[in-house]
Design a protein around this ligand. Structure first.
Ligand code: NDP
Length: 451
């Protein structure tokens, strides 16, 4: 290893990326993390540099941007912006979620799409990487408004996707309701019933365990990490952020494995329940968030526990932290607080929830840190299984899908260990995930020539 050369390599590459795409901080952050952990490997394997694989990987194969006009319930017209970033198709059709959130822009979608390429490769399933969405905010919209928006969005998107080219799924702001409206419109326009979206309802082509997959998968991954130190979830205090899809099912799995989840959050604040969120309380959260679309503060009111307005959960004492809300929701100060309070496991259900400084701190302190592209790959893995079931026109049982999900997460953990184990026996899961994800995509790109 040559630290000086690696640093030069990283700096040169980042200058190249920043010059090409100024003003895309989230994309730069995601690329920087990957290039930092790949630098030594690339210097030792010049064939990847001679073929400019990394330069090709940071350039999306295609980015589609489009107008999404729609009318609200009062007859007022709104114009949103829709996107699909088709990042890399070396190992399969573009695959990745759609996000509906006011913060959505090209930088965020490119960071997510870039991460997705490596994540999908890690699952060992044949899926390329993409991401899309809109700056539409589904909060405080009626079901009819959401439906009209989804129909308008899909009217354009349907020209660019298909079961063999690009298969979107859900992400922040896109759950079962939105996937239903999007699928209905796609089917109407194209007159075909195909597996063009994943996360569908089980009655119409969806896979069992898909809603649970990201949260369950993140906990399975954390469980594997803990096993390497002879630890388990039993009796552990767990801080979870978010209260959406990923947070809910991560909480469910932790409860099942004997851990105690003491926090949840949304963009307004966090709740702290030192007694732990049990099955009944979790059912309440699911109803509150998925049916009534309420705020997490209502949990604090109902169960008379502490509500921390505008605060994130990381100030509470815990053994395990599962960030499951959004990007950059855990900074250096919070990382220090977590470790100072005895936290020794961080597994990311969300994408890039820890800032770069926080990640460096976790690695320096050698805690068990599982980055999102490994820890949250269970969602897209089961999306891949949904695609397989759609193609074969069969439906696997809950147990079959869960067993496959569990074994995929164990396999990802093993690959991270293979490429991330350091001389000190510490496993750097960031490095492991990045190299393992990269090698398969890079080799496929080289085999397919300069395209
Ligand atoms: P949901 O929309 O179901 O839930 C998102 C949660 O995060 C909500 O509690 C939301 O609060 C909170 N949140 C969103 N934006 C912010 C913000 N800016 N600040 C604080 N809190 C925020 O999304 P998911 O659970 O599906 O996704 C959560 C994370 O997991 C994302 O990073 C996503 O990319 C990642 N992920 C999701 C997968 C999936 O299968 N769904 C797969 C892999 C990764 P509020 O209601 O107030 O907005």
């Amino acid at each position: 290893m040559n630290t000086k050369n690696s640093k030069l390599f990283v700096d040169d590459f980042m200058n190249y990326v920043r010059a090409k795409d100024p003003g895309q901080p989230e994309f730069h952050q995601a690329v920087h993390e990957v290039v930092e952990s790949l630098a030594d490997f690339l210097l030792d394997n010049p064939r990847y540099r001679h073929t400019q694989i990394l330069e090709r990987m940071v350039e999306a194969e295609r980015i589609i941007q489009f107008r999404v006009p729609w009318m609200d319930d009062r007859g007022k017209i709104h114009i949103n912006r829709g996107y699909r970033v088709e990042m890399n198709s070396a190992i399969g059709p573009y695959k990745g979620g759609l996000r509906f959130h006011p913060t959505v822009n090209q930088s965020i979608l490119k960071f997510l799409a870039f991460e997705q390429v490596l994540k999908n490769s890690l699952t060992s399933l044949p899926m390329g990487g993409g991401k899309g969405g809109s700056d539409f905010d589904p909060k405080n919209k009626s079901d009819n408004e959401v439906m009209r928006f989804c129909q308008s969005f899909m009217t354009e998107l349907s020209r660019h996707i298909g079961p063999y080219s690009d298969v979107p799924a859900g992400d922040i702001g896109v759950g079962g309701r939105e996937i239903g409206f999007l699928f209905g419109q796609y089917k109407r326009i194209r007159n075909e019933f195909t597996g063009v979206l994943t996360g569908k309802g089980v009655e119409w082509g969806g896979s069992l365990i898909r809603p649970e997959a990201t949260g369950y998968g993140a906990v399975y991954f954390a469980k594997e990490m803990m096993k390497t130190r002879g630890e388990s979830f039993k009796g552990k205090v767990v801080a979870v952020s978010g209260s959406g899809n990923v947070a809910q099912f991560a909480t469910e799995k932790v409860i099942e494995l004997g851990g105690k989840v003491v926090t949840l959050s949304d963009s307004s604040g966090s709740i702290y329940d030192p007694e732990g969120i049990d099955r009944d309380k979790l059912n309440y959260v699911m109803e509150l968030k998925n049916v009534h679309r309420g705020r997490i503060k209502e949990y604090a009111d109902k169960y008379a526990v502490q509500y921390m307005e505008k605060q994130r959960p990381w100030i509470v004492k815990c053994d395990v932290a599962l960030p499951c809300a959004t990007e950059n929701e855990l900074n250096l100060e919070e990382a220090k607080m977590l470790i100072g309070n005895g936290c020794f496991v961080v597994a990311e259900g969300a994408n890039m929830p820890s800032t770069e400084e926080a990640v460096h701190y976790f690695l320096e302190k050698q805690i068990l840190y599982g980055p999102g592209k490994a820890a949250n790959a269970g969602g897209v893995a089961v999306s891949g299984l949904e695609m397989t079931q759609n193609s074969m026109r069969i439906a696997w049982s809950r147990e079959e899908v869960d067993t496959k999900l569990h074994s995929i997460m164990c396999n990802i953990h093993e690959m991270c260990m293979k490429y991330g184990k350091e001389k000190s026996e510490f496993t750097n899961y960031v490095k492991g995930a990045n190299i393992a994800g990269f090698v398969k995509v890079a080799n496929s790109m080289m085999a397919q020539g300069l395209v």
